[in-house]
Design a protein around this ligand. Structure first.
Ligand code: SIN
Length: 293
């Protein structure tokens, strides 16, 4: 029986009593309601192979391979390897890792804001964890919106921000292929209405933002700093301490997250990751690209 146990006051629930490799439709419907309510779901003790992991993601929506093609698994391109020692990985991904892969995700962000159509959800499944550190922090972007002063709510309503992979610091852009590196930024509203709950959330990615559309550099930077102050917190609303076999899924439309990256460099952290999209995302993506031409 599906047991949902809230983990924090603003975000997160642990779901017990389920085998994600053999979920019935009624169980999934209960879990999906919990996903919309709690935003981050933790499923302990799962035993999934790569195909089972990807099939689980497809229940939430079509999968989209990660922009960093080098991090795609050679047999399963929709599976991204987040592994601090990729050359040693048990699944046999070759090639030496860039040193900074270890710290990947270690800034507050929402996934794929650099894409013209952004991710619905992301799932991570832990394979190996370090003896300490390496947690993932999550914050609730509905709660961020609700807590903004009225003045700031009015300032960001209808305003958009532009994003590129790597952001202003060009973090990890050397991992991209040329065509992905040079493409125009993606532009998204700072306030979005969640398509399923109808609630407003701040959509802002401090790690990837380039500029605020329609503001000069000084005004845009001031707004970026102010929004960062509301979205980034040292502990977030929920801190996930990984155990081997945890599968964690989150709703990218109303949350931001950060890897703490604070584990001993000699130790290994290995997770599988997949990104899920809204159904029909490909036509929205094609339309956005056509509008850029
Ligand atoms: C991510 O940002 O997708 C990964 C977070 C983590 O490695 O904890």
């Amino acid at each position: 029986m599906v047991e949902v146990r809230p983990l924090g006051t603003k975000i997160g629930a642990e779901v017990g009593g389920v085998d994600l490799g053999a979920l019935g439709d009624a169980e999934f419907a209960r879990i999906y309601d919990a996903f919309l309510e709690h935003i981050v779901l933790v499923f302990p003790d799962q035993e999934l192979g790569m195909e089972g992991f990807l099939d689980h993601g497809r229940r939430y929506g079509p999968l989209r391979p990660h922009i960093v093609r080098k991090s795609r698994h050679p047999q399963f391109p929709e599976l991204m390897m987040l592994d601090s020692k990729i050359e040693d990985t048990k699944v046999g991904v070759q090639a030496k890792p860039a040193a900074n892969l270890v710290k990947r995700g270690a800034v507050w962000h929402t996934d794929t804001s650099y894409d013209y159509v952004t991710a619905k959800a992301t799932q991570l499944y832990s394979q190996l964890i370090p003896s300490r550190g390496g947690d993932t922090l999550f914050a609730n972007a509905y709660a961020v919106y609700d807590a903004l002063p009225q003045r700031l709510k009015q300032r960001i309503e209808g305003r958009k921000a532009a994003y590129k992979y790597g952001g202003r610091l060009k973090r990890e852009v050397q991992l991209l292929e040329e065509e992905d590196r040079i493409r125009p930024p993606a532009v998204h509203p700072l306030v979005r209405i969640h398509p399923e709950t109808g609630r407003k959330a701040v959509y802002f990615n401090p790690g990837q933002v380039m500029e605020i559309a329609g503001l000069d550099a000084a005004e845009g930077d001031a707004l970026i700093d102010e929004l960062k102050g509301y979205m980034e917190s040292p502990d977030g609303d929920y801190r996930h301490k990984w155990r081997v076999g945890d599968l964690v899924i989150w709703d990218n439309r109303c949350t931001i997250h950060a890897a703490t990256g604070d584990y001993p460099p000699s130790e290994r952290r290995s997770l599988w990751r997949a990104t899920m999209m809204e159904r029909g995302w490909e036509s929205a993506d094609a339309a956005a690209r056509a509008a850029l031409r």
